[in-house]
Design a protein. Structure first.
Length: 136
């Protein structure tokens, strides 16, 4: 059986935000018990990944590292939407826009210290959408 649903996320400020509980809520509400989910973040200036869920300094270090790796003050050609736009696209390509996660007994199968991050790369907050496909 295949189930598909679009999840609307609130506008988060620039940074790395745990959205695991939002995704788990959708799994429970839609009675997805066993199988696999695919999450597609439907944007090119944000990313989605799995990483450390317990210590918020990990998310701060992600922000510092990616800002050092892909600075806003580089002379990008694509800058019509502001200095943060092209760096956001590059960061999004490196992090990625999709995840595949097993579901067992109505719960995400994640490691003890794993959580799902929405990685917001723009300086202005935007609502974001995640398209969830569940296969059971």
């Amino acid at each position: 059986m295949v189930f598909q649903y679009q999840i609307s996320l609130p506008a988060f400020p620039r940074g790395y935000h745990l959205i695991t509980e939002i995704i788990e809520h959708e799994i429970r509400n839609n009675e997805i018990n066993d199988g696999v989910i695919h999450l597609l973040l439907m944007h090119t200036s944000a990313g989605i990944t799995i990483n450390e869920n317990a210590d918020s300094t990990v998310r701060q270090d992600f922000e510092k590292f990616f800002n050092l790796l892909i600075p806003e003050n580089f002379p990008y050609s694509h800058n019509m939407e502001g200095a943060d736009d092209m760096p956001a696209h590059l960061k999004s390509s490196l992090i990625g826009q999709s995840l595949m996660i097993p579901v067992k007994n109505g719960r995400l199968v994640l490691g003890t210290w794993q959580g799902i991050y929405l990685c917001e790369f723009r300086n202005s907050a935007f609502p974001r959408s995640v398209f969830l496909t569940a296969i059971s």
